[in-house]
Design a protein around this ligand. Structure first.
Ligand SMILES: Cc1cc2nc3c(=O)[nH]c(=O)nc-3n(C[C@H](O)[C@H](O)[C@H](O)COP(=O)(O)OP(=O)(O)OC[C@H]3O[C@@H](n4cnc5c(N)ncnc54)[C@H](O)[C@@H]3O)c2cc1C
Length: 614
């Protein structure tokens, strides 16, 4: 028994445990209560649900709203849209399931107090684009969190979940989770009949463009540390499309979003010489992806591709033409408010760099890659589909249940369903919550139980970095480099460098190939050996240590998937230089992986894509 594993252990029992109180977690909590009035619903969150997750800062638009009450769009339209944007590969059953329910979610947000802008002429929600509606969303997250707080039996903030617990008699059934309180250091054992993972996506697995003191400035929330993927991966849940990492075109240095600018302000881009450039790359792109280039709207990755090629040809930087739009005082106001409501950092960067978009067209850049299942990409866990809509091959249990019994997911966690965004993630949480209640009801007396040996062993593992530090620091007299431990930041930088150089990050122009990936896997293996020797001088660093562990496991998964898919399906997101073209004959399919924690090996397979919507 180590020094730090003597910490107090607190046991929490629940029917349904929700891990992560972001958009999906709040939706799961709300709906679990609705269907499970008698159930004990517990939320565990590493920050505080009041302002946690990717929506913490607020948003300016809800990006997924059908508008069925006004016959603006139907769920089938959204499936077609997402399928087109993902170059043909989405789980249409899951996407449809979200789309048919998402409007009711948005209506609830409005009832709970979220101000949604209205078109003064029609009285309808003010559209930013075909799917987006505009909100005064600075308090979006607190409003949503309030609903979850009222629905939950208990909420445990400031607890970082590190591992899932499995049933002691049935190895493929979940039984809870463990974690530690990042303020008190207490160890928590959550025993649950069903678990819903809603722990957000992954930033900082690739080297960011901002380094040094600015490295916290990424597009995706820096606290999104891949737990949504690592927790299920470690217990053997199948994952899908983990190669489908996202790269975003954003305003340079502040990562300010461009959606409102393109859609609402009608701004456009040009190269350094004031020329339109996208059409120049049409023939070249057509050679790579065939007819997909003719699809409308042009898939996001292909627009990135034209941007990257133009910059490679030496005609960068690419700029957003804002001067025309900002000549209109109303549009100028909207442009600034867009940032003040959700990305204040971009306004500050512009001020600090003497950029007034009324007089200067600001530079754009492409971000480092992130892994997420709710934005314009669809990495995540392989989940069972809705009973009334999913093909039989996609149904092995309850809706949104992973390939582990009792383990559900929503939002960034679930793969195959891009373009859910904030409203769709909350909706998917609701779907998972309802299914989890059904699962618990059906369990009867056949309930999971955790093994004392398992959680006691994990307790030792979880605090090991503090012990490594306590013992190892005596070996150094000055500085931070120790012969017997590595600090989490050092490990993070090593991970980011490997992913950047070998798995298609910014440093390699998003390009990789089999030899690079092979070496990347070798280097990740070495990193995995070393991160057993992380040192943490505080609870804060202990959290960083476990975030790193989660990032490394998710990165390994991304690398294995990237190796497996021998084509370039999404130029602009990444390139397999040894397989530069899209290959619909062999790869119009999902990629699935399964990790075996005993052997450390990955099994890869293909799964068919069913086109349900015509
Ligand atoms: C920069 C950016 C801009 C966006 N803009 C828009 C927009 O304009 N409109 C729109 O509709 N959508 C937008 N989105 C998408 C939207 O934010 C996401 O789709 C949504 O937040 C995903 O929900 P989620 O619950 O999966 O993840 P999150 O909302 O990120 O929640 C994850 C939660 O899990 C917690 N957590 C993580 N790990 C652990 C752990 N180990 N233990 C305990 N808790 C943990 C986190 O603290 C967090 O609270 C944007 C996303 C980003 C990143």
């Amino acid at each position: 028994m180590g020094l730090f594993s003597k910490r107090k252990t607190i046991f929490v029992d629940s029917d349904i445990l929700v891990i992560g109180g972001g958009m999906a977690g709040c939706g799961a909590t709300y709906e679990s209560r609705y269907w499970g009035r008698d159930k004990k619903v517990v939320v565990v969150e590493k920050a505080n649900i009041e302002r946690s997750g990717a929506v913490a800062q607020g948003l300016y638009a809800i990006n997924c709203y059908m508008g069925m009450q006004w016959d603006e769009n139907q769920p089938e339209d959204h499936v077609r849209y997402a399928r087109n944007d993902l170059m043909g590969l989405v789980r249409e059953d899951l996407g449809y399931d979200i789309a048919r329910h998402v409007d009711s979610t948005v209506h609830k947000f409005e009832q709970w107090g979220l101000p949604i802008m209205k078109d003064p002429e029609t009285g309808r929600y003010l559209r930013e684009g075909k799917w987006q509606i505009m909100i005064h969303g600075e308090s979006y997250k607190p409003i949503v969190a309030e609903a979850a707080r009222k629905a939950a039996t208990e909420i445990y903030n400031r607890i970082m979940v590190t591992h899932l617990l499995m049933d002691k008699t049935r190895p493929n059934r979940v039984a809870g989770a463990v974690g530690f309180n990042v303020r008190t250091g207490d160890f928590y054992v959550f025993r649950a009949k069903a678990v819903i993972v809603a722990a957000g996506g992954a930033s900082h697995i690739y080297k960011p463009r901002s380094v040094g003191e600015g490295m916290g400035r990424t597009w995706y929330a820096p606290w999104s540390s891949a737990s949504a993927y690592a927790l299920p991966i470690r217990v053997g849940a199948k994952m899908t499309q983990m190669e489908n990492r996202i790269v975003l075109t954003r305003f340079k240095d502040g990562y300010g979003p461009v959606g409102a600018y393109f859609l609402h302000l009608k701004t456009y881009t040009e190269n350094a010489y004031g020329e339109e450039y996208e059409s120049k790359w049409y023939e070249h792109t057509k050679e790579l992806v065939g007819d997909y280039v003719d699809h409308l709207p042009v898939p996001t990755c292909l627009r990135n591709h034209a941007f990257l090629e133009e910059v490679k040809a030496g005609r960068g930087p690419i700029r957003m033409v804002t001067k025309e739009a900002f000549a209109d005082p109303h549009k100028e106001q909207v442009g600034w408010e867009n940032f003040l409501g959700m990305t204040i950092g971009q306004a500050v960067v512009w001020a600090s760099q003497n950029i007034d978009p009324k007089h200067t067209n600001p530079e754009l850049t492409t971000s480092e890659p992130y892994v997420m299942g709710s934005h314009a990409t669809c990495s995540g866990a392989w989940a069972s589909g809705p009973e009334d809509y999913a093909p039989s091959e996609y149904q092995w249990g309850y809706n949104r249940m992973m390939t582990i019994d009792g383990l559900f997911g929503a939002g960034d966690t679930i793969g195959g369903t891009a373009h859910k965004f904030s409203s769709g993630s909350f909706t998917e949480g609701r779907i998972a919550g309802k299914a989890a209640v059904n699962y618990v009801n059906d369990l009867g007396n056949d309930q999971p139980a955790v093994s004392e040996a398992e959680y006691e062993n994990l307790k030792q593992v979880v605090y090991q970095p503090m012990e490594n530090y306590e013992v190892g620091r005596n070996e150094i007299t000055a500085g931070t480099v120790s012969p017997s431990y590595m600090l989490p930041l050092h490990g993070l930088q090593r991970l980011e460098k490997i992913m950047d150089e070998y798995v298609g990050g910014i440093g390699s122009n998003y390009t990789t190939n089999e030899p690079l990936l092979t070496r990347g896997i070798e280097l990740l293996d070495m990193l995995k050996e070393d991160i057993d020797h992380l040192g943490a001088d505080s609870l804060h660093q202990l959290q960083r240590a476990w975030e790193l562990q989660h990032r490394v496991l998710a990165s390994e998964c991304v690398t294995q998937h990237t190796m497996y898919r021998t084509e370039t399906r999404w130029p602009g997101y990444y390139y397999r230089a040894d397989h530069p073209k899209l290959d619909d004959t062999d790869w119009h399919c999902f990629t699935l992986s399964q990790y075996d924690r005993e052997s450390g090996k990955w099994a890869m397979e293909k799964a068919p894509v069913y086109h349900i919507v015509d």
